[in-house]
Design a protein around this ligand. Structure first.
Ligand code: B16
Ligand code: MG
Length: 217
């Protein structure tokens, strides 16, 4: 029985995954190489440091410690430039309906994101007060697929891990939810997110009755 719900942020609540992709792509191109959208799936849900490590490996490139820090800052500045005008219209379709239903049912909601930009994004989209707890890239030491972020999120809303449901768009995030023994719902491509308990192409495909059944089996 589900007693608490954890939402990933990028690619689940807002369509910011595409901006992370564009910013990383520019970084790689500036260094003289490129990577595919399929490779980008491996970056979703992954921390900033780990993402840059992966990209450099793909491009057979290495950087000094200072250059590495510079490139991370540059990527983030670039990413932030894409999200300056983010607002409530950028909330992905179908998300408010589910969040409002959960609130009505008094189901606590927590954020479980790898991003250090999560709080400003929630503010810009007006979603801050919908969450009873927020756990993001500033609160964790281990990146997804480590379950740390979801375990802290569950603890903060006072729900046992096995009673939590996680919405995720990334392979790393689905793995993290599975390791935490939480129910996982993938938002995206079935073939990519095959490790999830359920997969929907978007929140618009999720019926309220489906969620209702998870709350009262
Ligand atoms: P930042 P999520 C993740 O957020 C993104 O999916 C991933 O692409 C990004 O690298 C990571 O956050 C770190 O983000 O650079 O903003 O700290 O999907 O876990 O909400
Ligand atoms: Mg995500």
């Amino acid at each position: 029985k589900i007693k608490g719900v954890i939402f990933d942020l990028d690619g689940v609540i807002v369509d910011t995954a595409k901006f992370h992709f564009l910013a990383w792509k520019k970084l790689a191109n500036d260094l003289g190489f490129d990577f595919t959208e399929l490779q980008n799936e491996e970056l979703k849900g992954v921390s900033r440091v780990r993402s840059l490590e992966k990209i450099l490996k793909w491009g057979n490139t290495s950087l000094s410690e200072d250059e590495f820090k510079e490139k991370m800052a540059e990527k983030n500045d670039n990413y932030l430039s894409y999200i300056t005008n983010l607002n409530s219209k950028d909330i992905l379709p179908g998300v408010p309906k589910i969040i409002n239903f959960l609130s009505e049912q008094n189901i606590p909601i927590s954020l479980g994101s790898a991003s250090k930009n999560a709080r400003p994004i929630l503010k810009k989209t007006g979603l801050m007060e919908k969450f009873q707890a927020i756990v993001d890239g500033n609160d964790v030491s281990k990146a997804k697929p480590d379950p740390e972020v979801f375990l802290i999120a569950a603890e903060k809303i006072g729900v046992a891990q096995e009673n939590c449901l996680v919405f995720e768009d990334s392979v790393a995030g689905v793995q993290a939810a599975n390791i935490a023994e939480m129910l996982s719902i993938g938002i995206g491509d079935k073939d990519v997110l095959h490790g999830a308990d359920y997969v929907f192409s978007s929140f618009e495909e999720i019926e309220i009755d489906f969620i209702k059944n998870l709350l009262t089996p």
